[in-house]
Design a protein around this ligand. Sequence first.
Ligand SMILES: [Fe+2]
Length: 421
Amino acid sequence: MLALVGEELSRTDLAGYPSRGLRLYTGRVKSFEALVIHNQPEALGELVELLTGPALRIDTARSETEALNKIRSGRVSVLIAGHRPPSLNGISLLEESIAHVPDALRILVVSDESDADYLDRRPNNEHPIVRFVGRPSERSRLVALVHEGLKLHRLVQEQRTLVSALGGKHRKLQNREKLLDVVVRERTAELEESYEKLKAANRQALFGLAEAIEAKDSYTKGHCGRVAAYSMVLAEAAGYPDDELETLEFGAFLHDIGKIGVRDSVLLKPGPLDEEEWLHMREHPVKGYEIASKIEMLKTIIPAVRNHHERWDGKGYPDKLEGEAIPLSARIVGIADAYDAMATDRPYKSALPLEECESILRKNAGKMFDARLVDFFCENHLGAIFDQRYDDEDYEDGYQDFDDDDVDVPIDVDDDVASSS
Ligand SMILES: [Fe+2]
């Protein structure tokens, strides 16, 4: 029995129930917001009468089955169910409705405080069921409860719609971001490919220049490549920055680019040079600098080109730089250049053996050359990379037996280097 409507009405047959509110809403299942369920038509009628108003559209059901059908097919914000087991189990009905309308306000109308005390121990707090004792004095409270529940339900719905819309926008942004990522990766790959091609073209152009230098003097054939190779192994042994190795390699290849401007009569002279010829020959670092400074892709190698004939003691040329004031690339190329000049046959001298070249380098360490670099070069026998006759196992003995007195004086090294590089 529903105490709201009184004992006498609760026994009335639903077939004769004439509720205006009931007729008004039963045909509009899709639009109702509250579903009132009771198996007693009087109670049902009273509840509908009580709750019907401009702010709430109501539908009704007389059984659990009918109620669940309407819950599944309609839009329900409030469920108000009587509880008269076994003919109507409002608790199980409201529990089952959670799966279909999780946000709805669920009210179980009981006739006494002691009814449905299970709800006091119910574990599911996420979807509460409000127990309401249906007395006439509580009518206004039920109406207020329903309207507050409706407001809350609408807020939840609005929030859900907003979150959904934001989620859609967020997904769109994520998709756009992924698309951009793909485009950026593709463009980066294309740029990297273009860069690699450009670098390859640059290398070819630089090697072409080096060949042009060597073509003037058949005796120095292969000299540029060997100087580059010695420079690279020395740089790596000395801990030269990895990202600068390529520039050093080009610098070493083209260190004598200024010889393009040296007269052939001087460059190709088989015998010793006179003073004027030496002066002309020693112009090649500055001539190289003038060439390199006018070509964008050669600007990074200027130090190796201009300063590879400087001496550690400041007596070199063209700038008479001293010690660490000499660019590191130029100090490396200077040693590689001197070593190759000593280790190869020239018109005016024969190639010196490895151990003798190393000995001369050591004697000139701290005078002509950076002593630290000479150590790296000699301790690791870096000059051996082009010496096919060199036997690594026998070398230590030969080096031990080497007589320093046999080494030529440093000035000869200087002249030798100058005349051949
Ligand atoms: Fe040179």
